[in-house]
Design a protein around this ligand. Structure first.
Ligand code: B12
Length: 289
């Protein structure tokens, strides 16, 4: 895991340790932080130099910008986040979600958010590719069904916990109902939609997995949502699904509620209804529209 990085320069070391380059220089000159000097006089750092500094100087290191650095691997992750090495981070999350290692997955997600990446970006560029990878591995019989469940549950938990550290804006007067129809167990995309809408200041009502449509009229009366987000991935019984979704479109139209749809079922499900504003394909679009 640590094999590919050979050296950090002073700027990298400063970013990883959360200090200025001048502080890095001072620490190296004072001998507190080891380094290698190149023939041209530049400082180069090995991961082990930063790790042993962190180990010996926990107090000095209190201003770290992403998370507490306690091991070489923490430094590596912090560095990859700062460099935007998404391919590495996707692989890392995949590996640790398959092992149900929530702590490691959470560290990366929190680190990305604290590193100023927008939530929709984290979902589009990191989480979605991880979930797609899990799908590929499963199709290729490289994962057991249990491993697939382990991984998706770990991710589900970690995105929920990430939501706990997100700074919420002031509420605006928009009520959004997030809905997953009957037989729909894929609720991770809907959760991510829900989280993004919260960051827009909307009041969000999420029905969660597998929601029958019959009683939905009551909810529309009580909440009077301005927006309805329908998420559908599973298309086992397409006719039943279409008729459920048609009911939702109709109820929404009656109360002038705008409908947004998302998920791969809409490759087959008709969404050319006057209530439907848009089919959304990315989490960035959920943030934008
Ligand atoms: C995790 C997972 C599960 C988990 C779900 C856990 C959970 N709580 O969500 C479990 C194990 C329960 C599961 C079960 C099943 N699954 Co599954 N699952 C997946 C997996 C690996 C990831 C799904 C996911 O979250 N993707 C991430 C989302 C964000 O990506 P996306 O779906 O491409 O969506 C994009 C956009 O459409 C948009 N979007 C998606 N939804 C929404 C919603 C809104 C409102 C908006 C605005 C946008 C939006 O965001 C994404 C960004 O590009 C996929 C593989 C894959 N390629 O996705 C299979 C996959 C979806 N599953 C599949 C299947 C077949 C099943 C089962 C039938 C398996 C079985 N035989 O039991 C069951 C069905 C259960 C049911 N009744 O729903 C198939 C679906 C094929 C199809 N033709 O529909 C897939 C594609 C795997 C495969 N390649 O065969 N699954």
């Amino acid at each position: 895991m640590t094999g590919t990085i050979k050296y950090f320069n002073s700027e990298d070391a400063a970013k990883v340790l959360g200090v200025n380059v001048s502080t890095i220089k001072r620490w190296t000159e004072g001998g507190a932080l080891e380094c290698i000097k190149t023939a041209g006089g530049h400082r180069k750092f090995l991961m082990s130099h930063l790790a042993s500094f962190v180990e010996k100087n926990r107090k000095k290191n209190s201003k770290v910008n992403l998370f507490t650095l306690e091991s070489e691997q923490d430094i590596e992750i912090s560095y990859r986040i700062l460099k935007g090495d998404y391919k590495y981070l996707v692989e890392y999350i995949l590996e640790h979600s398959l092992n149900c290692n929530r702590e490691k997955v959470q560290q990366v997600l929190n680190g990305l958010y604290l590193g100023q990446y927008p939530l929709h970006f984290i979902y589009d560029v990191i989480i979605t590719p991880v979930l797609h990878q899990i799908g590929h591995l499963w199709i290729e019989n490289k994962l057991s069904i249990i491993q697939e469940h382990f991984a998706s549950q770990t991710i589900r938990d970690c995105i929920t916990r990430l939501q706990g550290i997100i700074k919420m804006p002031q509420q605006v007067d928009v009520r959004a109902l997030c809905f997953a129809p009957s037989n729909e167990m894929h609720d991770i995309p809907l959760k991510m939609v829900d989280h993004i809408l919260e960051t827009r200041g909307f009041a969000v009502y999420n029905t969660g997995q597998n929601t029958p449509v019959e009683k939905i009229g009551d909810i529309f009366d009580t909440i009077a949502p301005n927006r309805l987000y329908i998420s559908s991935t599973n298309r086992i019984n397409i006719n039943e699904l279409q008729s459920e979704i048609n009911k939702l479109y109709e109820i929404a139209r009656e109360i002038h509620c705008d409908v947004y749809v998302g998920g791969r079922s809409f490759d087959e499900i008709d969404y050319s209804h006057p209530a439907v504003k848009k089919r959304l394909f990315t989490f960035e679009e959920v943030y934008k529209y």
